[in-house]
Ligand binder design. Sequence first.
Ligand SMILES: Cc1cc2nc3c(=O)[nH]c(=O)nc-3n(C[C@H](O)[C@H](O)[C@H](O)COP(=O)(O)OP(=O)(O)OC[C@H]3O[C@@H](n4cnc5c(N)ncnc54)[C@H](O)[C@@H]3O)c2cc1C
Length: 725
Amino acid sequence: MRDRQLILFENNLIKQLVLIGGGHANVQILKKLCMNRIKGLHTILISEHFEATYSGMTPGYIHRDFSREEISIDLQRLCFNAGATFIKDKVIKLETNNRKIELQNFPSINYDILSINTGSISNTKGIKIEKLSKCFFAKPISSLVNNLSQIDQIISNKKNRISIIGGGVASYELAFSLLRRYENNLEITIFGKNILMEKNLNEKTKKNLKKISSDLDIKEYSGEVVSITETHLVLSSGDKFDSDLNLLSSGANIEKWLSESNLDKDKNGFIVVDNNLLSTSDKNIFVTGDACTVEDNIRPKSGVMAVRQGQVLKENIFAKLTGTPLIKFKAQKNWLYLIGTHKNKALLNYFFLSFHGLWCWKLKEWIDRGFINKFKFTYNSKMSFRNFELEKPKDIKMYCQGCGSKVSKNTLVNFLNEENSHSDLPDSSLINTNSSSLLQSIDHIKLFSSLNPFDFGIISYLHSQNDILSSGGSVKTISVSQALPFSEGIIESFFMEYFMKGIKSEAIKDGSVIASGHSYQSKEPGITITMNGSYEKQITKSQAQENELIYLSKPLGTGYLLAAYFNNSELLSSFDFQKLMRWMKKGNKKISEISKIFKSKITTDISGFGLASHLSDICKFSGLSAEIKLNEEILINKNIEILNKFKSTGFENNYSSSVNEISISDNNKLQNILYDPQTNGPLLISIEKEDQIKFEKEFQSVIGFSPILLGQFRKFKKKLINVIS
Ligand SMILES: Cc1cc2nc3c(=O)[nH]c(=O)nc-3n(C[C@H](O)[C@H](O)[C@H](O)COP(=O)(O)OP(=O)(O)OC[C@H]3O[C@@H](n4cnc5c(N)ncnc54)[C@H](O)[C@@H]3O)c2cc1C
């Protein structure tokens, strides 16, 4: 892990490659970057989901043959292994003149080279969809997968009438998989203007598909749907059909932001690219997959085509960046279709061949798994890199230490001007406080490789804020020192803006003022925050009382879980990582306010030294012991195997400095959690026994989840912490 982090930042980053969408082609660039590094390149992937869904396996997921993990590519982990930064957000505007991408939630991003692989959306042209109609879209495929639980809710035990609006192969695959998922609890009708008109399907396959569907009682109806209401469909002929749920699999369209860009488009609105997959109107932009039409090479939209384009795209991105000739994409005229039918059978179509059977499904599964497994990583997988140079590498610079390692003045002034703050660059700030005493603390955390720097800004603020909250105070002013990676221009600006805006988003909520700052370049990017706070009544570690209850404000585990995730452990999925991120981005401010109402006398935060160290400090200074119980409730991730297999690098030091203060059975499976370092960890709160019910009720109603009852303070006995079973 350390090697990878160094490789990412050891070079001065001078070119920014931005990938929009984790489609079938862009993921191949990232995979190539896992084993081949281009010195001086910073890559960003923007995707509206943490996972990329593999279309070929989606019907199999719907009928429960595959799990969500099996059909998904974990994009955060792929970026980590590729040395890229991952931003989970939706692009809403592309300004090609300024090479600028606007995002829904995060600040805009500039690029030098752009690769768009955002797939398509279902075509609703000519169909009036009423608000109350229960309508779901087959494209983008990721949204179909995300909406499945909603569809499950609608299709309860009663018999439902489902309409699939489309008529292509995908409509049939969807019908088969839904029928299996809901165990025949459906009446399905496929409506299509043109039923099974795909050019490459032979007559035998079409006949076979129709026979299989009629054997399964799936109806088809030739006609054009013009409106969908809450209860029925209306066709252009005026015919009406009752319908409880509607799925649109009606061809493809592109999103508004892309159709509004000034890139060349074809008559159907798709972005036109040349044989190198570069936009015909902008040679810094590659477009692949459903979103594009390859000039003189027009083919139906499919995942197969997007995968094929990805093989050319990854080479051409490298060629473009390193200044070597680009290669050409040549689309096949015909290709193998493997259409999942029912009960683990598939229908194979190739030129004039058509077979239906179990072996076709096995073949499909083998091909699909072969593709998706390329993007799975295994624990401790070691990768060796081939290094490439950018087309015009800069002379290798000797970077100054000391004050010479500051960021460029332009980047700083541009940022401050945009923010309307400190643009006159004062040397220091005047702080007025009503209090004659101040709480002050300083904290530093290093950037996790591949993490969105905005989210990291939030986490670093909350991590520092804990020090002030745990002393009973509230934050008034902060000073920030940010270490940016060695970089120039748009890359330096990206890191500065994302770090600072993440910090600012929390400072605003907290009502604190950013008083001063410093920024420099470093091999180890990270954020240091000094906070000043005021307090009504200072809380110290010597105030615990016998019999008071000990609570944690949220669960533990950030240290070993991050270690496991970034060591590519298969025990953690992208869903587990998202959960971990949600906990790390949860602040403790409201919780500290509740604990003040209940006159909690002792609050500390669990940070880098871990639970054992922080709790034993309180016991030592208060002359007591803590009697605690460890159970799974204390863990962010309940899989104990991960806890026992992975340790953060800070674990050993925490263990050796606290182990002698603790009495715990050797068989206790949760003992490692005592020494796990926490990033923005929980507060440790003491509450009088008689307030237990009221406190827990108030906590639950304000915060939305329950506090974790750890144990009780007792008269000193044997050890500072006694873990009972
Ligand atoms: C039910 C069904 C079954 C199918 N089965 C097959 C099959 O077996 N074989 C086959 O070849 N094809 C199949 N297809 C077609 C296939 O789904 C698409 O052609 C394919 O997914 C297109 O791939 P892509 O790489 O262009 O984009 P996608 O795979 O759709 O990926 C695009 C990505 O971009 C992201 N994105 C989109 N907009 C934005 C934005 N604004 N900002 C950030 N991120 C964004 C999306 O979240 C998504 O992750 C099927 C389609 C359906 C509906």
